[in-house]
Design a protein around this ligand. Structure first.
Ligand code: ACO
Length: 311
């Protein structure tokens, strides 16, 4: 019966076994995974926009080639994640429809504008850096297909983080104007990057259950702390200042104390009020509409081939 199946499921999770698509799972576990994986997939897809916006303006052929590869990687991540979510019984069409209708969430970070070239390096450094911090533990998430999708994604995110830091490093070694541009980008992206980890643990409705089911392996605050601890020395190494007057080393906890992002702004952006949220949704809808002929042609081609094969 259900109580027995639930106990067996929980024992498997507690033993760090992967749960696979055909295994029995509680409805709420399935629902939570669909929610998290589909949001994650949407984030990868919408995340192509702020950077895609700079491909034509990258300052050299080398930077352009790197940026093209990175944006293409994000599309791939979105596809692996949609596939992982599909193993739970939701279709990619349903997930896409929810995104295009403005009903699905995606990471708040992608609702901020990329104003200068320094923003592109800073996104690689901070945004992909935060993404790795969150995604490395997800390689051990309890749902097999999600965990396995994370393996390749983390390898690619690691390249993204490094190329970003290297681009910022180049600006910091450049003219005073270039260095100022890097500092300005850090000032604007620091707090939104901290928001990527989600609300503080005591304001996070999903954390407790997701930790118990080992969907999440660390809490939002724990990952945010790790990110700050890793990133502050990186900023110092290239002569940049983290825009947080409360930031200081805490010997006792062997980590930094730091200030809190503006959580009212965070919730407003979660609800769709981001500075460029409307632009992002318009761009996704336009891409979908503009791509209709490709989908139609692919279906017509497949139908023709099926007819030929049947003949
Ligand atoms: N942006 C948008 N929504 C957010 C964010 C954020 N930065 N942080 C939290 N939320 C939403 C949650 O989705 C949740 O809403 P929901 O219940 O309607 O889904 C609500 O705020 C409350 O947050 P939590 O209870 O903390 O939610 P959760 O346990 O899902 O934790 C987290 C949020 C940490 C983002 C988790 O879902 C996760 O680890 N996701 C996988 C990683 C990911 O999505 N990364 C995307 C950005 S990285 C990249 O794409 C390059």
């Amino acid at each position: 019966d259900d109580a027995e199946r639930l106990a067996a499921f929980e024992a498997r999770v507690a033993a760090d076994e992967f749960i696979e698509p055909k295994d029995w799972m509680p409805d709420a576990y399935r629902k939570t995974l669909v929610r998290q994986i589909s949001q994650h997939a949407h984030s990868e897809i919408v995340g192509m926009l702020p950077e895609g916006n700079w491909i034509g303006r990258a300052p050299s052929l080398r930077r352009k080639a790197i940026l093209l590869a990175k944006v293409q990687d994000e599309a791939g991540h979105g596809l692996y994640l949609y596939c992982a979510a599909e193993t739970l019984g939701t279709s990619r069409d349903e997930m896409t429809a929810a995104l295009l209708a403005g009903k699905a969430k995606y990471s708040t970070i992608f609702n901020y504008p990329t104003l200068t070239w320094a923003d592109i390096g800073t996104i690689g450094w901070l945004v992909d850096g935060a993404a790795i911090m969150n995604q490395v533990p997800l390689q051990r998430t309890s749902y097999g297909p999600y965990a396995r999708a994370m393996v390749r994604i983390c390898k690619e995110e690691s390249f993204h983080q490094r190329q970003g830091y290297e681009a910022v490093m180049a600006l910091c070694a450049g003219t005073p104007e270039q260095k100022a541009m890097a500092q300005d980008a850090l000032n604007r992206w620091w707090w939104p990057s901290l928001m990527m980890f989600g609300p503080p643990d005591d304001a996070s409705p999903n954390t407790e259950q997701s930790m118990r089911w080992r969907i999440k392996r660390d809490t939002n605050d724990a990952l945010r702390q790790k990110f700050v601890d890793v990133t502050v020395p990186q900023a110092e190494a290239i002569g940049l200042t983290i825009p947080d007057p409360a930031l200081r080393w805490n010997e006792d906890k062997d980590g930094y104390d730091f200030g809190q992002p503006d959580w009212d702004e965070f919730w407003a952006v979660v609800k769709g009020d981001g500075p460029v949220a409307a632009d992002r949704m318009a761009a996704r809808n336009k891409a979908w509409d503009d791509g209709a002929w490709v989908r139609d042609a692919a279906i017509a081609h497949a139908e023709k081939r099926a007819l030929k094969r049947a003949a």
